[in-house]
Design a protein around this ligand. Structure first.
Ligand code: FAD
Ligand code: SAM
Length: 652
């Protein structure tokens, strides 16, 4: 991914790569309203929505966001309260924040909307990037990358298309049959499209993809443009039947069990969609287990090879950054102070070279030891990878902020429950006999998640970890970025640094130990001798440290379990044939437990992955555009291990 390379003429951007303007010089906003908004009859269609209904618009070429902001402004003006705009756009060369700010200054009429976009415009890195505006009334999913790669993986039902993207003559690579086919594949029946061009090959391509196409008067001096509709939605053959989505939840009562970052994230995402959410937690307070550390870091362990883990983390990182920026006080509860991953051995240095070659500098860049020291504010001996937007957070503050979303109620101190499927939903019976009824349930109990679900296979494994906390000194307070190597240390918050963490695969005892504090001190001295010295050096004694231990919850493939649940017996029966022949094509739909979802197994990356996991569950439950590419949604399927076991004829 590269940022757009622009020339500016009279305050308006022009792409150097494409030799074309982003919008008409006469009046870009009027052209947008004529071509894309009126061309798709959006004034009438937005006004006709009922509360609780949603319209999905998708665009090729986000550019300056002018079309998106104009659509949002119109939606705000005419759509009823309770309706939602689900906007998807694609962009190969996103504008830098500085360029976006400059371009949008041209439209004072859009400034409230532009300001909201600019405030959220962070973490715009390759992959699917979800933005939430106006308390969830407007959602933007920006597919960063080439539309021909990103769009075919979109799981959505688009109602209206803005076919933009520079003129076909100047951008012939994009205006191809594969694009028109991909548009049709994720369209709802009756979907409309509008485009400024009337080029014959575009009209023929859209017809071949199934759209009825007609020419209508263009904007200003342009004689003609094209509009049309797709009368029939195509069968979605690419989605394997065992991964086809479960039914949309129609009621609006949700139960979330577990008040860590996973549960709080799911609760907030559901509440924004109008659910009355009850969060049930066994402790007297939220964030008492893995999500209870005083500081956590936004750490990305990436691969240069586009693995599912990497694609998940990139989407989740951007979403986490936007969630933090919109819900917490910067400098107090979180800080995007940057993260340095130190090249502490040769293998790591090689890996970092590959990562620097694979990813844009907006995400990460190589710095030498002098540059790393400059960023960090303390002397470092190693080269490093610098993540300018990364930083640290106080996980309990984030959990609290998410649980404060209007519509979320918390029930604490509820240790023993029983979950039962009822005719029209689920019933959680508390220890005192009280029954909580709901249309859907999200289990977010980390390693305990299986306890409420006797007939499911959840290969969750606890990994004990301990962080240590040392009082900051004048010298240590110079640390400006998070440092990561085999351990991590964060800049001081509330007068103390958090560092660690240990990995213990055997013990599940969550009492903090002196031995683990010692291990963290040793790791700190290897990570940064200068910081170790600043914190007292050899005088830094385990007995003098604060800290805590908790259990991470991990899965065999290190991806979390996020999505709908199926019963173990149901899966075994539906796919029994697999045990005989693992190559058989599956034709039976997954026997989902209706309305039952899980978000667990976030391992050592929950601060990054859990917020987007909550958004994914809410999007699945509401039948919306998904915030991740379909293959990644599939890779997170909680049933993947049960299916793999059947294929290998293993008992689970
Ligand atoms: C030492 C350590 C350091 C870490 N550092 C980082 C870091 O720097 N960056 C990062 O991204 N991640 C880090 N992690 C990982 C991160 O903390 C976890 O991935 C994340 O907190 C998991 O969140 P969760 O909500 O799934 O689980 P938890 O926070 O454990 O929450 C689960 C909740 O479910 C509740 N519960 C369980 N059973 C029931 C029941 N039957 N009824 C009601 N409630 C129930 C529990 O009480 C708990 O509150 C670290 C983890 C540890 C242990
Ligand atoms: C005319 S501009 C879009 C203007 C935009 N809709 C707006 O409101 O500002 C075209 C955009 O399409 C993007 N683009 C061109 N080819 C693309 C491709 N193959 N995939 C994704 N985006 C592409 C360009 O980078 C550019 O930002």
């Amino acid at each position: 991914m590269q940022h757009a390379d622009l020339d500016w003429e009279d305050g308006q951007p022009r792409s150097r790569a494409f030799g074309d303007v982003y919008f008409s010089r006469d009046s870009g906003l009027d052209e947008t309203r004529h071509v894309f908004l009126a061309g798709n009859r959006l004034p009438e269609r937005f006004a006709a929505l009922a509360a609780g209904e949603r319209l999905t618009v998708a665009e090729t070429g986000f550019g300056t966001g002018l079309n998106f902001l104009a659509a949002w402004q119109l939606f705000d003006a005419v759509a009823p309260a309770g309706a939602r705009l689900d906007f998807v756009s694609t962009e190969k060369y996103p504008l830098s924040l500085a360029d976006l700010t400059r371009a949008l200054a041209a439209w004072p009429a859009l400034s409230p909307y532009a300001d909201a976009l600019l405030a959220q415009y962070r973490g715009v890195v390759p992959g699917y990037q979800r933005f939430v505006f106006d308390g969830g009334r407007v959602v933007l999913t920006l597919l960063v990358g080439d539309v021909l790669e990103t769009l075919p993986q979109l799981d959505a039902r688009v109602d209206a298309w803005f076919l933009d993207g520079f003129s076909p003559a100047k951008n012939p690579d994009m205006w191809v049959q594969a694009l028109f086919d991909a548009m049709a594949a994720c369209s709802a029946a009756g979907a409309s499209f509008a485009t400024f061009t009337a080029a014959g090959f575009v009209r023929r391509g859209l017809s071949a993809a199934g759209f009825d196409v007609k020419k209508v008067p263009g904007f200003g001096s342009k004689r003609e443009m094209s509009v049309g509709t797709l009368p029939h939605a195509p069968e979605r053959l690419w989605r394997a039947p065992w991964l086809a989505r479960p039914a949309t939840i129609t009621g609006r009562r949700a139960l979330v069990i577990g008040a860590g970052i996973a549960g709080a994230s799911a609760a907030a995402s559901l509440a924004r969609r109008g659910f009355a959410v009850t969060v049930v937690e066994r402790h007297p307070l939220a964030a008492q287990e893995a999500s209870g550390n005083p500081q956590g870091v936004l750490y990305l362990k990436l691969s240069a090879h586009g693995t599912a883990q990497t694609r998940l983390l990139l989407a989740a990182y951007g979403y986490a950054l936007r969630t933090l920026a919109s819900s917490l006080t910067r400098g107090r509860d979180w800080d995007d102070c940057g993260v340095l991953q130190l090249a502490f051995d040769e293998a790591t240095a090689h890996k970092q070279d590959a990562l620097a070659a694979a990813f844009p500098e907006a995400l990460l860049k190589r710095v030498d030891a002098a540059g790393a020291s400059e960023h960090a504010g303390v002397a470092l001996a190693e080269n490093a990878l610098y993540f300018p937007e990364g930083g640290w957070i106080k996980p309990p503050a984030l959990v609290q902020a998410l649980l404060a979303t209007p519509g979320v109620t918390c029930r604490y101190g509820q240790a023993e429950q029983a979950l039962a499927r009822m005719e029209d939903g689920w019933r959680l019976t508390l220890a005192n006999g009280e029954a909580l009824d709901a249309d859907m349930v999200v289990i977010a109990c980390a390693n305990q998640s299986g306890a409420l679900l006797p007939d499911t296979t959840l290969p969750l494994k606890p990994i004990r970890g301990q962080v240590s906390v040392a009082p900051a000194t004048e010298q240590s307070s110079r640390l400006r970025t998070v440092l990561c190597g085999e351990a991590y240390v964060a800049p001081a918050a509330d007068g103390a640094h958090t560092f660690g963490a240990t990995f213990d695969f055997k013990s599940t005892d969550t009492t903090a130990t002196l031995a683990d504090h010692r291990a963290n001190i040793d790791a700190l001295s290897a990570l940064s001798p200068a910081l170790y010295a600043a914190l007292g050096g050899d005088a830094l004694a385990p007995e003098a440290l604060g800290g805590r231990a908790a259990l991470r919850s991990s899965t065999p493939d290190y991806l979390p379990l996020v999505g709908p649940l199926a019963s173990h017996t149901g899966v075994s029966e539906a796919y029994a044939e697999l045990a005989r022949d693992a190559t058989l094509p599956l034709t039976t739909t997954m026997p989902w437990l209706p309305g039952l979802y899980i978000s667990a197994g976030h391992g050592s990356r929950g601060m990054v992955s859990a917020p987007l996991a909550g958004e994914l569950i809410a999007s699945l439950a509401c039948g919306e555009t998904l915030p991740l590419p379909a293959p990644i949604v599939d890779a997170l399927s909680p049933s993947r291990f049960a299916l793999r076991a059947l294929m290998r004829r293993k008992k689970t």
